[in-house]
Design a binder for this molecule. Structure first.
Ligand code: ZN
Ligand code: ZN
Length: 249
């Protein structure tokens, strides 16, 4: 299983920490998780052609995780000699169907011309993409936000999306090879709808994940020893992700 972090930040512009997006290649499938602003440009930098994406998965519908979806659909419609013909499956949190409908109302030119969208809403669910097993679980960041787990039969990864300490992330991530998790803020920061260095460390420790990669860092989290703060709670490997980082699980 191969993971490429495309965007490891929030909406706030910071070098090497762009808005959310990551690619997972597993079981012969190319899965794109979240598609924040600028994701298409970073796919290009990672040598991934838009046409290679088999499935898009959306953790929630905030702009820093979804804004480039309109751009992607525009490319699928109008890329010269490369219009998408295959159905495009999108699996996302509850509210996805209405979100897409409103996006097409706003931007009529992104309504698919030569392909169909397959939309699937999930909350606490289990499903297959090819031979790859996916699970979703609520994270409590919004009423509908979910995290995803990918199991290819040998290895496993979990992507938190945005998460709160009240969600099901630790249970979903149990024993995973890698947890790519948001850590919006440093240790001690009060936040109800995000994780900080303490809560993400506790989740990784409770889940006994083998390694932890931090994404979705706000500027205050990048001027402290975030890894050191997390290590006070979590005994496994931990690193702060940057745009373009590739991991083999
Ligand atoms: Zn969010
Ligand atoms: Zn976010």
């Amino acid at each position: 299983m191969e993971i490429c972090l495309l965007g490891t930040g929030t909406a706030i512009p910071i070098e090497q920490h762009s808005p959310s997006g990551l690619i997972v290649r597993a079981g012969g499938k190319c899965l794109l998780f979240d598609i924040g602003p600028g994701t298409l440009g970073r796919l290009h930098l990672a040598n991934v052609d838009c046409g290679q994406i088999d499935h898009l998965l959306l953790t929630h519908l905030h702009p820093d995780h979804t804004l480039d979806l309109a751009t992607l659909l525009l490319v699928f419609n109008y890329a010269p000699n490369a219009e998408r013909k295959a159905d495009f499956p999108i699996t996302g949190c509850r509210g996805l169907q209405d979100f897409i409908k409103r996006m097409v109302d706003l931007y009529p030119e992104v309504a698919p011309l030569s392909f169909e969208l397959q939309l699937h809403e999930v909350h606490q669910d289990e499903f297959l993409i090819g031979e790859v097993r996916l699970r979703s679980a609520p994270t409590g960041h919004t009423a509908d936000s979910v995290a995803f787990r990918v199991d290819d039969g040998t290895h496993s990864m979990v992507y938190s999306g945005d998460a709160s300490p009240r969600g099901e992330l630790a249970r979903l991530a149990e024993g995973a090879d890698v947890l790519v998790s948001e850590c919006s803020f440093p240790s001690g920061w009060t936040t109800g709808d995000h994780l900080n260095a303490d809560t993400v460390g506790e989740i990784a420790q409770n889940a006994q994940v083998k390694s932890l990669v931090i994404v979705h860092t706000y500027p205050p989290a990048l001027i402290v020893d975030l890894v050191g703060q997390i290590r006070k709670h979590y005994e496994g490997q931990v690193q702060v992700g940057v745009d373009g980082l590739r991991l083999t699980v």
